[in-house]
Design a protein around this ligand. Structure first.
Ligand SMILES: [Zn+2]
Length: 86
């Protein structure tokens, strides 16, 4: 794990943090222990929190996503695409 990575405990999406999976094959009122979170209701993900857009060395030209639009210089990219903020 890189030093910028952090572990975060999040709700299990498979069971909506209940630890139980309600399957259509189970009898009425019976649930199965969620295999994604092993019944804990949560899972740990490893992510790298965004701390600002880093420079991309050695790039002169930038092509648009999916080929839609005009190519631009790296300086034009920096002005047009503002970094993610909250
Ligand atoms: Zn779960």
């Amino acid at each position: 794990m890189a030093s910028r990575d952090v572990d975060v405990d999040v709700e299990c999406r498979s069971c909506d943090a209940t630890g139980l999976y309600l399957g259509s094959a189970d009898p009425e009122g019976v649930a199965t222990v969620c295999s994604s979170c092993k019944g804990t209701g949560g899972v740990t993900i490893t992510c790298r929190p965004f701390r600002g857009r880093r420079a991309c060395e050695g790039v002169d030209g930038v092509l648009p996503s999916h080929g839609v639009g005009n190519s631009m210089t790296y300086e034009e990219f920096l002005l047009k695409y503002t970094p993610l903020t909250r």
